[in-house]
Ligand binder design. Structure first.
Ligand code: SF4
Ligand code: SF4
Length: 455
């Protein structure tokens, strides 16, 4: 049994399948499958090669967990720069909304990692166990040496790919030039080894067992993408007027008058990675992969019918009247503008001040009131920072601290600083600013506010 429930919401059919239904996907060639293959290879290469890109003799993109920063070429992002991640996620979300409003779940069908890895695992399965019919036969057959060898070979290959995937993923966190050598010579720390096997297991389970169930039952994008769907959204659609009534017929014979163009060959169902029949109408499970288009075009060509019985089309067949997509594009551009501006004005140094919590103030041997502070300076750059410390907002005070405050590259330095009020100072509570002036660039100032307490 495939369908348990089926309800109509707008024009999208919501269906639920039995979780344990196994889908035997037929390998399909064609225009959309070629795009999927080439795109998958390109994305995978990008994923593998990126950690090997070098910048000034070091890994260009590295999430250094120990140092708590993300390095992207010359930029170092710290937890203090959390805003950049907010921008990145918002931009990614609006880009996805824009694409979804125009082409439905095209991201799912062509570029989602779940799709890319599943495609690779299916390719391996086809090479080892054979085509769809051979796989069904193998699964139904009794246990034999051949069956065991094929199953072991397939799962062995899947595990190998999963392990390589996990190592590549970890090379974004541990320098790429060291993780491969250390892992295969058993020299990685237990934490790194644990994470590698954890990610390998996740990849294996996801791309070999879970597959389309992730898209149908777990991925939140599948649930809310129908909100972005409009009459102008281009999705994979079966031309019901042209196709019905469906029915088989003989090749090279005139088409029976009572029949439409659908020859009921069932190929569109056999190639579908989520196991649906697009002829039942637009369904939220459909990931817009276009495989049923390739399959149907192949059948249409065989019968010398015009291609496009299944095709990308919108309900109105107009592709530009959705106001939502312009809204998403505008929001996307605004966010990109904000992010560019924020990046441009982002300082490579940050300073914070903490007042001594043990005593609000002290009176020294000369009778002067003094307050102590901890200055914390973060250097996000590749160069050493040298700063002179001064203050503004108070008159006649003096500072006791090191003459030059030095911060090593990508380090945080702590300095204890004392501010001393002039004799006879009458204030009780004053606000003022600490000013750090970069010795190499006079106009580069770091300012942070604090307070001075007195008797
Ligand atoms: S119905 Fe067609 S486009 Fe949709 S998931 Fe199945 S094969 Fe892909
Ligand atoms: S592939 Fe085309 S002709 Fe064959 S069943 Fe599907 S819609 Fe009909």
């Amino acid at each position: 049994m495939v369908q348990k429930t089926s309800t109509d919401k707008g024009s999208i059919i919501f269906q639920t399948k039995a979780i344990d239904d196994k889908i035997y996907i037929k390998e399909q060639k064609g225009f959309y499958q070629s795009i999927r293959r080439y795109l998958s290879v390109a994305l995978m290469m990008l994923f593998i090669v990126t950690p090997f890109i070098q910048y000034q003799g070091k890994q260009a993109i590295l999430f250094d967990v120990e140092a708590q920063h993300l390095k992207v070429f010359s930029y170092y992002f710290y937890p203090q720069d959390l805003l950049i991640f907010t921008f990145v996620f918002i931009i990614a979300a609006f880009a996805l909304f824009y694409v979804a409003s125009k082409y439905g779940r095209i991201w799912c069908g062509f570029a989602c990692p779940q799709t890319v890895w599943t495609l690779m695992f299916l390719w391996i399965e086809n090479r080892i166990e054979g085509n769809r019919q051979q796989r069904i036969k193998l699964d139904k057959s009794k246990i034999s040496i051949e069956k065991c060898a094929k199953k072991l070979g397939k799962h062995g290959m899947w595990l190998t790919v999963s392990l390589i995937t996990a190592l590549v993923f970890m090379s974004y966190f541990v320098p790429a030039e060291q993780i491969y050598i250390e892992f295969f010579t058993l020299n990685t720390t237990s934490i790194v080894t644990g994470w590698v096997w954890f990610f390998a297991l996740c990849t294996y389970v996801n791309a070999s067992w879970v597959r389309e169930k992730m898209c149908q039952h777990m991925c939140p994008y599948a649930r809310f993408q129908s909100v972005m769907f409009s009459d102008a959204t281009s999705t994979v659609t079966y031309d019901i007027e042209r196709g019905e009534s469906r029915g088989p017929r003989k090749l090279n014979r005139e088409k029976p008058q009572e029949l439409g163009d659908c020859v009921d060959c069932n190929l569109c169902v056999q190639v579908c990675p989520v196991g649906i029949d697009i002829r039942d109408g637009l369904q939220y499970d459909c990931i817009n992969c276009g495989l049923c288009i390739d399959a149907c075009d192949q059948t249409m060509s065989k019968f010398s019918y015009a291609k496009g019985l299944i095709r990308f089309a919108s309900e109105t067949e107009q592709h530009s009247d959705s106001k939502a997509k312009y809204g998403y594009m505008a929001l996307l551009l605004i966010c990109v503008g904000f992010m560019a501006n924020w990046l441009n004005n982002r300082s490579e140094f940050e300073v914070s001040v903490l007042k001594d919590r043990n005593a609000l103030y002290r009176v020294n041997g000369l009778g002067e009131v003094e307050n102590s502070y901890q200055l914390k300076i973060l250097n996000k750059s590749d160069a050493k920072g040298h700063f002179k410390l001064s203050y503004q907002g108070l008159e006649g005070f003096r500072i006791e601290s090191k003459k030059t405050l030095i911060v090593a590259p990508q380090q945080i330095s702590n300095y204890t600083v004392t501010l001393i009020a002039p004799l006879g100072f009458k204030g009780k509570f004053e606000t003022f600013d600490f000013v750090l002036q970069d010795e190499s660039e006079e106009d580069k100032l770091l300012v942070t506010q604090s307070t001075f307490h007195s008797l």
